[in-house]
Design a protein around this ligand. Structure first.
Ligand code: LLP
Length: 390
């Protein structure tokens, strides 16, 4: 995503910080993902947790995605945004009774279940409502995602999924549950996965697990391999769409589907990350004892990824006029030392009121914002509205 001079001129008239969305890039990304998936008949769900901005959801929904939800409110939001209920999946290790009832009331496609006790509770609540709940068991495949340990989910020490050693007892519970129908199995090994060989390893493991089910004559309508495809945070201008072609080709090459079996995906970050930047202003340039600080009006309250996962986001000064380069620690205004976007970053010499862009912030950005310190995040701005007469 490249911000135009016209957009910068518009930003100068607005209060900061705010998220700017490039709707054209979003739509290009969604179309490309769908066209690559369709080559193999794969079914895509959008992981709502990445971004629930209404305009973003409207584009995603229009491009024929189902929804992957992790709370009752996300299920409700997906339905309200027009996602068909029979394309909604509901995952998460801790679904409350109310959330399960919300999902049952909409007759969603499937619950991705993560423990024996959860299956028992869904069965009880489905019986109470006179419904049959379709479930997929989330299996912990013990496959490494080679990603940051905070966003790795498929290792046996992680809280997610059921281990294969427990699967016989899970099948017994399902067999004894009159209001549960097992329709699939589910996996998700982690997020921001850029080493695609992790997916090959997942396929090999899923093939073994499929054989385990086959020997027990359990048939599965579908497999769901979750999401996690990473994006290029380092070169967002030149590499703005994830490698969907290679990603789906890996599953086509290495995953053995049973006749008639469907393959589902739940992608979040790769759909939306590159289509948004956090736009913020320089409040002050401060000479510290050892470093210079560029103090912005956005902080961890608007984008927490750098502070929480030591995540890199490319930072540009959109209004700098000097050729001189300076080194800054780029920080937010929040009363915590951890409120730092980048250390020792080289930028064109910057001044008060310069407009700064923090890139690749469309996934887990706006949606993870908080009102800590009662900070104000101003309304988002959309590329298809800038320069368009109203
Ligand atoms: N399916 C399940 C079961 C998940 O837990 C997740 C993400 C996804 C799908 C979507 O994964 P994606 O395609 O977006 O990688 N806040 C962190 C990321 C947390 C991811 C949680 N689960 C971050 O900012 O990096």
């Amino acid at each position: 995503m490249i911000i135009t001079q016209e957009q910068i001129a518009h930003f100068k008239t607005l209060k900061t910080p705010f998220y700017f969305y490039d709707i054209q890039l979003l739509e290009k990304t969604l179309s490309f993902a769908q066209s690559e998936a369709k080559k193999y008949g794969y079914i895509l769900h959008y992981a709502m947790k990445a971004n629930v901005n209404d305009k973003v959801l409207a584009s995603v929904q229009k491009h024929g995605f189902g929804a992957d939800c992790v709370s009752g409110n996300e299920v409700q939001k997906a339905i309200d945004a027009g996602f068909p209920a029979d394309e909604v999946v509901f995952a998460g290790v801790g679904k409350s009774d109310d959330e399960i009832l919300t999902a049952l009331s909409h007759d969603i496609f499937c619950f991705n279940c993560e423990s024996v006790q959860e299956i028992e509770v869904i069965n009880e609540l489905a019986a109470q409502e006179g419904k049959t709940a379709k479930i997929a068991v989330r299996i912990n495949p013990d496959v490494s995602a080679n990603t940051h340990h905070h966003i790795s989910t498929g290792l046996k020490e992680n809280k997610f999924g059921v281990n294969m050693s427990e699967m016989d007892s899970v099948l017994e519970v399902i067999a004894a549950s009159a209001n549960i129908k097992l329709v699939g199995i589910h996996f998700h090994i982690g997020s921001q996965i850029t080493d695609l060989s992790s997916y090959k390893n997942l396929c090999v493991r899923v093939n073994q697990i499929q054989e385990w089910f086959a020997t027990r004559h359990v048939s599965l309508e579908f497999l769901n391999v979750g999401g996690g495809l990473g994006i290029d945070y380092y070169n967002p201008e030149t590499n703005d769409i994830a490698d969907f072609k290679e990603y789906f080709a890996i599953f086509n090459e290495f995953l053995k589907l049973q006749p008639g079996q469907k393959l589902h995906f739940e992608l979040g970050r790769s759909m939306v990350a590159q289509c948004s930047s956090l736009i913020t202003r320089v409040l002050y340039v401060k000479e510290g004892a050892t470093v210079n600080f560029l103090i912005l009006d956005a902080g961890m309250t608007e984008l927490i990824r750098p502070m929480l996962y030591q995540a890199y986001h490319k930072i540009n000064n959109l209004t700098a006029t000097a050729n001189e380069i300076e080194t800054y620690d780029v920080v937010g205004p929040i009363c915590e030392s951890t409120d730092t976007f980048a250390k020792a970053l080289e930028l064109p010499k910057s001044k008060r009121k310069d407009i700064i862009e923090i890139k690749s912030a469309g996934a887990y950005g706006e949606v993870m914002a908080s009102n800590y310190n009662l900070k104000t995040l101003h309304p988002a701005v959309y590329s298809d509205e800038v320069g368009v007469a109203v």
